[in-house]
Ligand binder design. Structure first.
Ligand code: SIN
Ligand code: FE2
Length: 216
């Protein structure tokens, strides 16, 4: 997939103040671009299957994960961290699809490429509790997320855990950028809306988050 999607409407959530820098780009990827990206993802998942990892507290996550790039986000009894190898196959992670690298260069940082792409798979039961993305070395780099398949009920809060939250729907092809003051906002997925998209055979949602995990 070579074409860069045309990014027309960028709107920024202006309230509460701590969500400034959260940019939503609804429909950033059109249907052919979503399908091409899904094909790239599924080809890589053959070698790096989705795994339901365990939290440091010993609870299996409801979201199944894999990664692309030099580093993959990992959790087990030893804690949260980035690792260069898949936790069950022991192989290096597959490379990051070019379309995602292009999107990062356009929207996040033209000079420093991402070194980690977390790939989350949500079935109808999966959820992700409110958290911050803070396992990366330099919070100056944004987190760029691309949604494929069923719509997510995405929850965004503020910089502090108790801050008010609001719910935003992330549909297939939507891009969300946590940048600037919003880089460390709390966020999570309340649930997905099964049947809201026909992109993924069998249903479900895939979310790809691009990060710069190691120091640049
Ligand atoms: C995440 O925070 O890792 C995933 C967010 C999402 O699935 O939209
Ligand atoms: Fe996150």
């Amino acid at each position: 997939m070579s074409e860069i999607p045309s990014i027309a409407p960028i709107w920024t959530l202006m309230s509460p103040a701590s969500t400034i820098g959260l940019r939503l780009l609804p429909g950033a990827l059109d249907l052919p671009a979503q399908q091409a990206l899904l094909d790239e993802v599924m080809a890589r998942v053959q070698a790096a299957p989705f795994v339901r990892q365990v939290t440091p507290g010993g609870k299996p996550m409801s979201v199944a994960m894999t990664s692309f790039g030099a580093l993959g986000w990992t959790t087990d009894a030893s804690g949260y961290r980035y690792e260069p190898r898949h936790p069950t196959t022991g192989a290096p992670w597959p490379d990051i699809p070019q379309a995602l690298l292009d999107l990062w260069a356009e929207l996040a940082d033209p000079k420093t490429p991402p070194d980690a792409c977390l790939v989350n798979f949500y079935d109808a039961q999966a959820r992700m509790s409110l958290h911050q993305d803070r396992d990366e070395a330099d919070f100056g780099f944004p987190v760029l997320s691309v949604s494929l398949g069923d719509t997510a009920v995405f929850r965004v809060g503020g910089l502090k855990r108790g801050d008010p939250t609001r719910s935003v729907r992330l549909a297939s092809g939507d891009v969300c950028l946590l940048a600037g003051e919003a880089r460390l906002i709390h966020h999570g997925v309340d649930r997905i809306l099964p049947g809201s998209s026909r992109l993924i055979p069998g249903g479900g949602r895939i979310n790809l988050t691009l990060r710069r995990a190691a120091p640049a």
